[in-house]
Write a new protein. Structure first.
Length: 176
């Protein structure tokens, strides 16, 4: 089997979770030493092809700026930057804009979201970062912590969950 077909087969069989509400492609962690160039190249090729099958594609980049440097995605509609209350997080937003310009990564919007560690009186600096839109804060939510602790799906959170309500409001503000 040619390598591209083998990779697509492996992704479909080993990495893809499909449900009625969403599909999830999980690449997993890197368990070997050395360069990550080959997996990055695979993602650069396969993500645009997979995205054609979906109205919305979300790429979760826990590595943040590191993933931007890898150029896994180069044409992005909306960047949601979930931030903690630190000066490093503020600097990373500026670095994100700089890296995007330097690597010719295009985006339409950078949306800033304050995580549960922010206090309402600390979000003002997020509202003033040029070239971004501050959408709101996801509050601390005991239910989220309980669901996580008990290994329950967050999809089962009741609509009364403060975190869930905040996420819905944030997505609505972004036009979703």
């Amino acid at each position: 089997m040619p390598l591209p077909q083998k990779i697509e087969y492996l992704l479909q069989m080993s990495c893809l979770y499909e449900s009625d509400h969403f599909d999830l492609l999980s690449i997993g962690v890197k368990w070997t030493q050395g360069c990550y160039c080959f997996p990055n190249e695979i993602l650069r090729v396969i993500l645009p092809e997979l995205a054609k099958s979906y109205p919305v594609t979300i790429v979760d980049s826990p590595g943040g700026l590191e993933h931007m440097n890898r150029r896994i995605a180069t044409e992005i509609d909306d960047l949601f930057v979930v931030m903690d209350p630190s000066s490093k997080a503020l600097r990373n937003v500026e670095r994100l804009k700089h890296i995007s310009a330097e690597l010719n990564i295009t985006y339409k919007n950078i949306y800033l979201v304050a995580n549960h560690r922010f206090h309402d009186n600390r979000v003002e600096p997020l509202q003033q970062i040029e070239g971004t839109t501050y959408l709101g804060r996801v509050p601390a939510d005991e239910q989220v912590q309980e669901y996580d602790w008990n290994n329950q799906s967050l999809q089962e959170l009741p609509e009364s969950s403060p975190a869930l309500q905040a996420v819905w409001e944030i997505l609505q503000q972004a036009g979703y």
